[in-house]
Ligand binder design. Structure first.
Ligand code: GLP
Length: 240
């Protein structure tokens, strides 16, 4: 794993942008695996500014997102599809039909997972962007998820519900399950770019980089990826 430590969040986002825009510029038809959360927001701002100011085009780019809450409608501001449209897609020239995410309202969850796995095989990713959960989760793969798992429905860990409740009116509104790509799908991307910032990620960063490769820390599987870059600010790197 290649590790880049930056002074702060903004510098982390700039470094991430260098890598992401490198992929987009070298292949205007690239497939980007994208993530939600607070972590990629700075990167997404730089991508939309670059499209607007420098004319970098996303017309032929395709995207696949990691995960989506189960039960939330596309119009719910807390859904990840809404998040992606607001924070990235509406600032790019990408046609929405080129963007993909699990359908959180799917009546047949198993069929939805199978559909998404088939889609991921049809769209091999050039890069997969990831954030990191404070318990070491990637996407919504909680500790204990077998590494061989593909897209599935997961019951969220209590700590994840608590961490994510800041984006909901009250903790009782946070969905308790979600659709997520599995560790196996994540590892299939050609490149992986994982970002983390802030003190509350320091322990998870340490375990991911220096701990053993174990299903109790889902992110530790990235030690086995042949082209993975981790960009962290000084606070998240404080235990390294
Ligand atoms: C959620 C998402 C993850 C994300 C994590 C960290 O649980 N499913 O994909 O990486 O939160 O979020 P944040 O970037 O807001 O710390």
């Amino acid at each position: 794993m290649k590790i880049i430590v930056t002074k702060d969040y903004d510098k982390m986002s700039e470094k991430a942008f260098e890598i992401m825009s490198g992929v987009v510029k070298s292949n205007p038809r690239a497939v980007l695996g994208l993530a939600t959360g607070t972590t990629p927001l700075g990167l997404y701002k730089l991508m939309t500014a670059d499209c607007k100011d420098n004319g970098t085009s996303y017309k032929k780019i395709r995207t696949v997102n990691l995960d989506e809450y189960a039960g939330l409608d596309i119009t719910s501001p807390q859904s990840y599809v809404y998040f992606m449209r607001e924070n990235l897609f509406k600032g790019l020239d990408i046609p929405l039909e080129n963007t993909n995410i699990e359908n959180g309202k799917a009546a047949d969850a198993e069929a939805e997972c199978a559909r998404y796995n088939a889609l991921l095989s049809e769209l091999p990713r050039d890069i997969q962007l990831l954030g990191l959960g404070s318990n070491g989760h990637i996407a919504f793969n909680e500790p204990g998820t077998p590494f061989g798992t593909q897209t599935h429905v997961v019951k969220l860990a209590e700590s994840t519900v608590k961490d994510n409740s800041r984006l909901f009116e009250k903790i009782g509104d946070v969905p308790t399950s979600a659709f997520t790509m599995g560790p196996k799908n994540i590892m299939q991307s050609k490149k992986v770019l994982i970002l983390a910032y802030g003190e509350n990620k320091a322990r998870a960063v340490y375990e991911m980089v220096n701990g053993e490769v174990t299903e109790s820390c889902p992110a530790s599987i990235l030690q086995l990826h042949p082209d993975c870059t981790l960009i962290v600010d000084e606070k998240a790197a404080s235990l390294l």
